[in-house]
Design a binder for this molecule. Structure first.
Ligand SMILES: Cc1ncc(COP(=O)(O)O)c(C=O)c1O
Length: 381
C-alpha cells in the first residue's frame, strides 16, 4: 500500500552508493580499514573509549551479557516495555530476565524504585532500554548498581545520539549496545555497535565477536599476527565493510537528522495538544536530549485501538505499536507467572500505546495531516 505518511523512512543517496562501490572495488569485504574508521568515528561521536561494530544490536546485547559474565543462575533486571531482543539476549546466556515496571504513564522507562525492589542475591546486572531515545534515570540506576555491585548494560538501540547531563546514552553503564536496523535513526540495513570504556571488557568483546580467536584475518593480512589461538566460545558477529561504509556516511548526517526529528516532535506536541488533547504524548518532562527515535502516544483509556489504527490507515497514515509487553509473550509468561511480578503501568501503556510516523525527511504538512487524521480517527472510535 502507498502510504500518504509512512511510519518511518530512510535517507539514502549518492554518498552511500559511492561509499559501498568503493568498498566493492577495494576487494576487502569484511572487518578491514573501513570498519576500523567507522568504529573510531562512532567512538568519537558518543565519547566512548572502545567501540566494536557487530552484525546487529541483538548480537551486541548477547555479547554484552556474556562479556559481563552473566550466565546460568543469574538474574538480570530488564523492562518489559521493549523489543523482545532485550530479554532474549539475557536468556541466551542461561540467565533469567526479571521484568521491572516503568516510571510512569509519562516516562515509559524502567523505574529505579522498581529495580531496587527486585534486587536479590542472584541479581547480576541491570539492562536498561532508553525507550524512543529518551533517557532512563541513569544517575539513580548507577547509584543502585554501585550499592549492590551490579553491572549496568544499556540497550541504546533507540538512542543513537541521545544525551543525559554531560554523557551520551550508551556510555553511562558498563557496555552500551546500538542498532543500525533499517528503521533506526541511522541505518546500515542490519548492523550494531558495542561501546565501553573498560579495556578488559573491550578485549573480551572483541574475542567473542569472532569465534573466540586471538587474531583476525585483517591482523594477519597486515602482518601483525601469523596464527591464532581460540581462547573462548565465541561467535561470528562481525560486520562487513559495505555496512561500515554505509554507517560512516549515515553517522555524518545523523546530527542534522536528529535535530529535524526534534523539531517534528515539538510540532506534534503543539498540534496534538490543540487538536486532540485527549491523546497523551509522553516524555513531556525535560530530561536530557533525546534523538527522538519514535513518536509514541497514549490513546484515551477505553479507546478501541485497532479501530483507531484502521481509521488512520484509511487516511493514509501508517501507525504501529511499541510494544506488546515481553512478559506476556508465550515463552516468557511462565517465568512471569511464577514470579508473580505485577506490571500494571506497563500493561496499561501497552494497551493504549500507538506510534505515529516520524522520520527525518517528514514535512511539517505531514505532521499536520497526521494530527488531523488522529482527531478524525478518534471521533470514529
Ligand atoms: C529496544 C531494542 N533492542 C534491541 C533491538 C534489536 O536490534 P537489531 O534489530 O539490530 O538486532 C531493537 C531493534 O529493533 C530494539 O528496538
Amino acid at each position: 500500500m502507498e502510504w500518504r505518511v509512512p511510519l518511518a523512512d530512510i535517507v539514502f543517496g549518492e554518498q552511500e552508493i559511492t561509499a559501498v562501490t568503493e568498498v566493492l572495488r577495494s576487494g576487502w569485504l569484511s572487518m578491514g580499514a573501513v570498519t576500523q574508521q567507522f568504529e573510531q568515528e562512532f567512538a568519537a561521536f558518543i565519547g566512548a573509549k572502545h567501540t566494536l561494530a557487530v552484525t546487529n544490536a541483538t548480537a551486541a546485547l548477547h555479547l554484552a551479557c556474556l562479556a559481563a559474565g552473566i550466565g546460568p543462575g543469574d538474574e538480570v533486571i530488564v523492562p518489559s516495555l521493549t523489543f523482545v531482543a532485550t530479554a532474549n539476549a539475557v536468556r541466551y546466556t542461561g540467565a533469567t530476565p526479571v521484568f521491572a515496571e516503568v516510571e510512569s504513564l509519562d516516562w515509559l522507562n524502567i523505574s529505579p524504585t522498581a529495580i531496587e525492589s527486585l534486587v536479590t542475591e542472584r541479581t547480576r546486572a541491570i539492562l536498561v532500554v532508553h525507550y524512543a531515545g529518551f533517557a532512563c534515570d541513569m544517575p539513580a540506576i548507577m547509584e543502585i548498581a554501585h550499592r549492590h555491585n551490579l553491572v549496568v548494560l544499556e540497550d541504546s538501540a533507540h538512542a543513537i545520539g541521545s544525551r543525559l547531563e554531560d554523557r551520551t546514552l550508551g556510555t553511562w553503564g558498563d557496555i552500551g549496545c546500538f542498532s543500525f536496523f533499517s528503521n533506526k535513526n541511522m541505518t546500515t540495513g542490519e548492523g550494531g555497535m558495542l561501546a565501553t570504556d573498560d579495556d578488559a571488557l573491550a578485549a573480551r568483546l572483541k574475542i567473542l565477536r569472532s569465534h573466540g580467536m586471538t587474531s583476525l584475518s585483517w591482523d594477519r593480512h597486515k602482518g601483525h599476527a601469523s596464527t591464532y589461538d581460540v581462547v573462548d566460545l565465541g561467535y561470528n558477529y562481525r560486520i562487513d565493510e559495505m555496512r561500515s561504509a554505509l554507517g560512516r556516511v549515515q553517522l555524518g548526517n545523523l546530527p542534522a537528522w536528529n535535530e529535524r526529528r526534534r523539531e517534528l516532535t515539538a510540532l506534534y506536541r503543539e498540534l496534538l495538544s490543540e487538536l486532540t488533547p485527549e491523546i497523551q504524548m509522553p516524555f513531556a518532562e525535560a530530561r536530557g536530549t533525546s534523538c527522538h527515535h519514535i513518536l509514541p502516544v497514549l490513546l484515551p483509556p477505553g479507546t478501541d485501538r485497532a479501530q483507531f489504527m484502521e481509521g488512520m490507515k484509511a487516511q493514509g497514515v501508517q501507525t504501529s505499536i511499541h510494544y506488546p509487553p515481553v512478559h506476556r509473550f508465550h515463552i516468557y509468561e511462565d517465568d512471569w507467572i511464577t514470579r508473580g511480578s505485577l506490571l500494571p503501568l506497563t500493561e496499561e501503556i501497552s494497551s493504549r500505546q500507538v506510534t505515529l510516523p516520524l522520520y527525518a525527511t517528514m514535512r511539517d504538512e505531514q505532521v499536520e495531516w497526521v494530527a488531523r487524521a488522529a482527531r478524525q480517527a478518534l471521533k470514529e472510535t
